[in-house]
Every structure is written in structure tokens, then in C-alpha cells.
Write a protein that binds this ligand. Sequence first.
Ligand code: AHG
Ligand code: MN
Ligand code: MN
Length: 329
Amino acid sequence: MQLLSQFLRRNDTDEQLMDLIATLMVACKEIALQLREGALAGVLGTTDITNVQGETQKKLDVISNEIMKTVLLNHSLVAGVASEEESESVPGNPDGRYLVVFDPLDGSSNIDINVSVGTIFSILEAPKDQDYSTEHPYLQSGRKQIAAGYVLYGPSAVLVLTTGKGVNMFTMSHTGDFLLTRENVMIPEETREFAINMSNHRFWEPAMRNYVDDLLLGADGPREKNYNMRWVAAMVAEVHRVLTRGGIFTYPWDARSPKKPGKLRLMYEGNPMSMLIEQAGGLATNCYSDIMDVEPDDIHERVSVSLGSRKEVEALMEYHAQVESTKEA
Ligand code: AHG
Ligand code: MN
Ligand code: MN
């Protein structure tokens, strides 16, 4: 079996990028250990702190964020970080080469019920001579990502990584090493599985309602096949399922917060997941265009996310294009 470092070297990965990824894994390994101890370490439950998203932080949101920040900001290659749990970006070494944007713990409502969560990260080049305590240098589109990935803390801890040369999976061993367990992941083009929070049905746009209603009609409807549904309530687990066996995952705009483009965050959820999905042959869209083409105005900007098996995502986009064309007519 191949170690992460051996695999990256074999693939001619930049030495400094390899160094940064190894450092990220030091943080993720520590988060995995905290999660494994759970109630024994007193890390379950909620704090009384509300983050910039207006969400109450779980203890493990705070702990994971501190681990990521401490490990990354102690590394000379890191010019700064931005996190879901930090209202402002945090500067590191002004001569550092990279910016790291992350969701320290995704799916944190799953922590207390002992269900999968994960850490999502996006690596950007740090533009030279900028103030990394301001958000400006971080506001780069997903297309500019140098690398992206996540660690899913499920029954096993799995790193899913792209450096722009395909997607590979590495499983954490009992020694804390990440070993290559799936190479060159490709998502099946078609699927019979979808993931959406159905309880928001009445708040969606008509196009999204039409699309899901037709999925529910199964073989008797226009899509002419029966679909199955899954909802883990952790994007990281939904994306892992899609990368493993295909499917479509969508968290669309909804009328509960009409001014926000969606619930998920562009820079540390939408973009890194979109890079993985595209690198695995799938599509990632806001229902109208590629998520990675969105130019961000805010580190915590939100986005409508639909991603997965290429043909299924294209079908969803077609429903949206049709509603738009009847509006114009
Ligand atoms: P986070 O825990 O980082 O705030 O993200 C949770 C997100 C995402 O992972 C998941 O897909 C979605 O919220 C679940 O939302 P619902 O609770 O509306 O199902
Ligand atoms: Mn999240
Ligand atoms: Mn989170």
C-alpha cells in the first residue's frame, strides 16, 4: 500500500504543496482522535457562542477550528486562513505561499448522534504583498484552487484529495498514516439516487419542485426510472457517497432566506467539493452555471449547490432553463 506522501511524490506534486497537505493531515488526525473519544473527552454538546453564520457552535466546531488554526498558522508556508468559524480571515506568515480556507467540521448537527462529519479544505495561492488579515486576497473563484479535499470521519477516516490531477482516496490507519485506498475516482454518469432535504419542498423555486416531483414519479413519470433517496445532513458524507457510487446532491436556494443564494458556503463548501466533483467527471452547478466560475464578494458568501452524476445534473439544469425560457417568452 502507498502512503499519501509516496503517492504525491510519484505524481510530481510540488514539494511545498506536499508539505502543506502533510501539515493539514496532522490537524485532521488530531480532530479524528477528538471525535473518537467523544463523550469520554467531554467534547460533545453545544457552547453558548454564535458564529458569524448565526449558528450556535458545537464544542467540536470550536475545538476543530482551534486545531486547524494552530497547526496551519504555525507553518511558514501559510500566509493566512479563513474559516467558517471565524468572522474575519486570520493572517499567518506574510511571506507564505498559500491561503487555506476551511470548514473545520461539516455536518456538526451529527456530532451528538454519532453520525459522520468531516473537515473540508480549499488551498489557494496567496497573492503577493497583500494584507492577509483582510478578505481581499482570499476572494478568488473556485477555478483558482490549487488543491481541495476533505477528511470524512465515518466508520473509518478517509482523505479525499485533488491537486488538479484527478481524485484519490486515502484511509487513515491505526498508526495515523493515510494510505491510498482508491485511485482515480470517476463518478458514474447516470444515477437513480438523489439527496435533498425534502422538508424544504414548499420553499423551493418552481423548477426545483418540478424536477424533484418528477423524480418521485419514478418509472411512471417522465424520467422513466425509480429513484432512491438519501439525506445524511452532512455535505461531506453526501459528496462521499456521490464520489463512491454516483448520485445527485442538492441544497438549492429556498424562500426561507430569500436574499441568500443558498445555505451552503461558496468558499469552503461549494468550491472545494465542486473541484473534487469536476475532477471525478461530474458536474457542480448553482442550477444555472458552474459553481467554480462564481466570483466571490465575501468569504462567507453562500451558494446554491447541485452536484454529482453528469447526466442527472444536466437534467436538473434543463428544468431550470425551461422555467427561465417560459419567463422570457
Ligand atoms: P455545517 O455543519 O458546517 O454548518 O454544515 C451543515 C450543512 C451541510 O453539511 C449539510 O448538507 C446541511 O447543512 C444540512 O442542512 P439541513 O440541516 O437543512 O438538512
Ligand atoms: Mn459545513
Ligand atoms: Mn462547519
